[in-house]
Write a protein that binds this ligand. Structure first.
Ligand code: FRU
Length: 525
């Protein structure tokens, strides 16, 4: 029979316990927090319009779990932008949002990023590659067209001039085409200058115009930033009345303020697309399907007529955003609390599992100990019954000469000490049987009956049976009780008194402890 030793049972229980704990922890780590995702944002330039875009991207990111943003700004330097994109890749970004400086300069770098399996979302400016996952921008052709239409509406014979951004950038080409095509519709034309988005260049161009002629101008600048510097130049030449400025972007704090101050007549609000770009990024990272790959957002014209309404609307949005930011902060507090609660929960589950395992372990040990005790008792009773077997040879040591059964077979020799031991056990048995019914009998009484001193009696009983006299008396009572119950003819209560217990409840308790069943269960069995 394979015995499970105490020392091997503990590591087994421990191993099982550790296995369950790891499973629980794995379960919690899968269900609870998700892996954090890093989105790299590469901006080709700086300025208030781009900061607004970054704000939209950031705000949208906070609405999603575990999305982090890192922004790099290339300050109108395409080579720097390529290097920054590589740095972002080295940082381990999960997705790149990029607004490329020009159509060509950044395309190869974007291809490389895509080849590495990193999704790319183009925003505001397109690149000369089809290897991207989504493209979001304001409709620049429409920006140009709206500016052309506005010029036609206010036209009173002025000279029309276009101050362009960098002509290798997709929005500039579209704005130019839209503007020129719209003017052509009304038989108008314009003079175009490449200012490369540079305010100083634009300002210098305006200076040349003002110095060379006394003509009146409508100047369409490709962004409000260029208008700002051009206005300074016009003021310098006291030529504010000779120039009507139209810009692009229409951001509060820049273009809208210039309209309010009367420095610029109109601007075309060019949406940044930051929010939509981030929404697309999240869907792509989540492996969800995008309903679109390229999307263009409609621009609108802002002038004195709607600038106040626009500002009010922007301020409302800003205040909602501020509220949302505050809510976001609160939410992150709640998330923090949740994660602490989650950890607490894990700890509780671990403790519960630990208790269950400990319970199982103790129960098993208990059961095993009980079994061992019962086995020991069985052995004792076997020993007792062997010693009390009356068919055994005479209990007194042999007086000499070989003795034999009446049939002539020689009797086994009984040594002097064995004979004395058997005698003692027999007498003990007799005394026990005779006194079993007496609830008041004590170990001392038994010693007296056996004509022994108290301590001698105790040691002898212990030596012969392994039990103390009191314990032996109790076992004898319970054994006798079981025998009586098996034989039948007595109620449980009668048996209780017959074997010397004075209260049935105590009898039942001792009986259950010893036999593992209550007296009534024992009878049923
Ligand atoms: C900012 C900016 C905006 C403009 C946009 C076009 O860098 O020049 O003013 O509308 O880029 O891409």
């Amino acid at each position: 029979m394979k015995t499970v030793t105490h020392s091997s049972a503990v590591p087994q229980v421990l191993a099982k316990f550790l296995l369950v704990i790891s499973l629980i922890l794995a379960l919690f780590s899968c269900g609870g927090s998700h892996k954090s995702r890093l989105v790299g944002v590469s901006q080709c330039a700086n300025g208030i319009w781009r900061q607004t875009m970054n704000g939209e991207i950031r705000r949208e990111a906070t609405l999603h779990d575990n999305v982090e943003i890192t922004v790099k700004v290339a300050d109108d330097d395409p080579e720097l932008q390529c290097r920054q994109i590589e740095e972002l890749v080295d940082m381990g970004i999960d997705l790149l949002i990029v607004s490329p400086w020009s159509v060509d300069d950044i395309s190869k770098t974007i291809d490389k990023v895509k080849a590495m399996g990193i999704p790319v979302v183009l925003v505001d400016r397109k690149a000369n590659t089809s290897r991207y996952d989504a493209f979001v921008a304001g409709d620049n052709l429409e920006v140009g067209r709206l500016a052309g239409e506005y010029v036609h509406n206010i036209y009173k014979g002025e000279k029309i001039v276009e101050m362009q951004g960098n002509i290798t950038a997709a929005p500039v080409q579209d704005r130019h085409n839209g503007f020129v095509q719209e003017l052509e519709k009304y038989g108008l034309s314009c003079q175009s200058f490449n200012c490369n988005w540079e305010r100083e260049t634009c300002r210098a161009m305006v200076e040349t115009l003002l110095l060379n002629t006394k003509d009146k101008y409508i100047i369409f600048c490709h962004n409000d930033g260029m208008v700002f510097d051009a206005v300074l130049e016009a003021r310098k030449h006291h030529a504010e009345d000779r120039i009507t400025f139209i810009g692009v972007d229409g951001i509060c704090g820049e273009g809208i303020d210039m309209i309010d101050r009367g420095e610029m007549t109109a601007t075309v609000r060019y949406p940044t697309g930051g929010k939509m770009a981030m929404q697309a990024a999240i869907k792509i990272m989540n492996g969800e399907k995008l309903e679109w790959r390229d999307t263009l957002i409609r621009p609108i014209v802002v002038d004195k007529g709607n600038a106040t309404a626009m500002r009010a609307q922007d301020e409302t949005i800003l205040s909602i955003n501020a509220d949302n930011d505050r809510l976001g902060e609160k939410l992150s507090g709640v998330r923090h609390l949740l994660s602490i609660t989650e950890m607490g929960l894990i700890a509780c589950v671990v403790v519960v599992v630990l208790c269950v395992f400990l319970g199982i372990y103790l129960h098993r040990t208990n059961k095993k100990n009980k079994r061992l005790r019962l086995e020991a008792e069985k052995r004792l009773l076997q020993y007792l019954s062997e010693k009390m077997d009356t068919s055994r040879p005479p209990l007194t040591p042999p007086q000499g000469g070989e003795q034999s059964h009446p049939d002539g077979t020689p009797l086994p020799t009984v040594g002097e000490s064995e004979g004395a031991s058997v005698n003692f056990v027999l007498r003990l048995q007799e005394v026990l049987s005779a006194n079993l019914h007496n609830p008041d009998i004590t170990a001392d009484d038994l010693a007296v009956e056996l004509a022994m001193g108290r301590s001698q009696f105790y040691h002898r009983v212990k030596e012969e049976t392994g039990y103390g006299p009191k314990e032996l008396l109790r076992i004898a009572r319970l054994k006798q009780a079981a025998l009586l119950l098996e034989t039948g003819g007595h109620t449980i209560q009668e048996v209780c008194y017959l074997v010397g217990f004075s209260t049935p409840s105590y009898f039942a308790k001792c009986f259950k402890e010893y036999h593992g069943l209550s007296p009534s269960e024992y009878v049923k069995r």
